[in-house]
Design a protein around this ligand. Structure first.
Ligand code: FPP
Length: 233
């Protein structure tokens, strides 16, 4: 959800106003995903590196997150959305962590859309933590070294049980992944949207999806194999 700060600066508004408008857009995009039949939406809300921002912005973001949960939980529930988080939420302030954990528990049986919020998340940190889990399991005898394969690794990532992303949308015209789902996006299609996140609505989501539909996903195969045609010599 990149570009909140620049959206605000372009209007002479405080950065937190950009985040507030970005949060409104998030709920519009959640509704659109439910309407479009998308099963999983993962949003990068706060990276492990975002702690380095000015303290007032960091605390403002968590206050906004806590307010969003209180104000919109019923709306999410009505749309049958299940909330999940990836990232290390143990270092979040209590006033934000407690309602988050309650919302996750309350929505656990919802089935229409998995809304995965990346909070204090970083893909490298996630990979290091998965390696630690593997090491602990090998040390305890629960896992043999020879059994370590991608499946064993993947099942120890924060995203265990979630599908790999098919499409990654980066807003604000930036061409980078910024430590987001680096391993899970090995075969993801990437769409760069020029709009700042507060200007990214259903119309822009639909444009990203039509761009995605035009891609040929080959997963290492040839185009002919994917299309079921005889291979060319
Ligand atoms: C990136 O834009 C956006 C964020 C770091 C925050 C996104 C959060 C929300 C939309 C609200 C929900 C909040 C929580 C904590 C659940 P940026 O600030 O990096 O934009 P810039 O690159 O233009 O400065």
């Amino acid at each position: 959800m990149d570009g909140n700060g620049r959206w605000a600066a372009a209007r002479g508004l405080p950065r937190l106003e950009g985040h507030r408008r970005g949060a409104e857009r998030l709920f519009e995009i959640i509704d659109a995903c439910v309407d479009l039949g998308i099963g999983t939406l993962t949003v990068f809300a706060f990276s492990a590196e975002n702690w380095k921002r000015p303290p007032a912005e960091v605390s403002g973001l968590f206050k906004l997150g806590e307010w969003l949960l209180r104000a919109h939980l019923a709306r999410l529930d009505k749309r049958n959305v299940r909330l999940k988080v990836i990232g290390d939420v143990t270092s979040l302030p209590d006033f934000a962590r407690t309602p988050l954990e309650e919302a996750i528990a309350a929505s656990k049986d919802n089935t229409t859309l998995d809304l995965v919020v990346a909070l204090n998340y970083g893909a490298r940190q996630e990979a290091v933590e998965a390696a630690r889990r593997i090491a602990r399991d090998v040390a305890s005898g629960a896992l043999q070294t020879e059994q370590i394969d991608w499946r064993a690794f993947e099942s120890r990532l924060d995203t265990a049980g979630l599908p790999d992303p098919d499409l990654i949308i980066r807003t604000s015209g930036e061409f980078r992944l910024s430590n987001f789902l680096l391993l899970q996006s090995a075969y993801a299609e990437i769409h760069i949207a020029p709009e700042y996140w507060p200007d990214f609505g259903k119309e822009q989501l639909e444009a990203a999806l039509s761009d995605y539909r035009r891609r040929e996903r080959r997963f290492g195969l040839t185009g002919a194999q994917v299309q079921g045609a005889p291979p060319s010599p």
